[in-house]
Design a protein around this ligand. Sequence first.
Ligand SMILES: C[S@@+](CC[C@H](N)C(=O)[O-])C[C@H]1O[C@@H](n2cnc3c(N)ncnc32)[C@H](O)[C@@H]1O
Length: 244
Amino acid sequence: VATARRLRAGAGRLVQRAGERAVGWGRRLASPVPLRGFHRYAVGGMWEEMGRHQLDFLVGQGLRPGDRLLDVGCGSLRGGLHLIGYLDPGGYYGIDTSPLLLAAGRRELVAAGLEARRPTLLEDSDFAFGRFGTTFDVLLAQSLFSHLPINSIQRCLIEAVRVLRPDGCFYATFFEGPDARIDQAPVRRHRPDATFATYPDRDPFHYPRDVWDWLCTGLGLEPRYIGAWGGPSIQMMMEFRRTG
Ligand SMILES: C[S@@+](CC[C@H](N)C(=O)[O-])C[C@H]1O[C@@H](n2cnc3c(N)ncnc32)[C@H](O)[C@@H]1O
């Protein structure tokens, strides 16, 4: 009996580690990853709370139902479902590099009965926002920059200026960490559901707060540090406004 129990515990640990490896980031998760609904974990878990909080935050910043919003790195629509439910039909646009997560998002959309709100979803890895053929009041990148090297963030910001309306705003989260020129050590992060590390030079990335001044210079974007933005996120929030 004792051997069977040890074998079961060993198998349980293997399944737990396999789930954590598939979810990525070197995360240690508080509970096992279920096979069904994997797309909810692959975008970071805390499906309901993090999804709802994205809408609450943006409404707090002045988002209105009539606005046109682009969700950059929308994944499986964790925030998207709430935003699609709030915005007028046709007002939500999402872009993501992962066809699997977009497909899962489409399934979530149907399950939530929100198809009639006609979101536009696009698979793309190059931040080619011009492909939508329109401009936006609000851009959101929730937990995207935390997975991108700095050159990709630069490209994203360059493309964002091109589609942001003159009074529009781009909100983006990032892990704040030390300046890599001084300190290259990983930073341990703790959430109720997971622990993991962030790095200056690999995914998940952290960046120092003043990197945004450098990235925005000459782009026509004014960065503003919002910092902690409530809810369950342990990333910090930035606001980027067009200067001209
Ligand atoms: C942590 S998930 C967050 C998803 C979503 N924003 C949310 O809050 O649920 C990061 C997302 O960024 C997407 N992503 C990574 N690189 C990208 C790129 N170059 N262009 C578009 N999406 C990208 C990933 O596929 C993933 O869906």
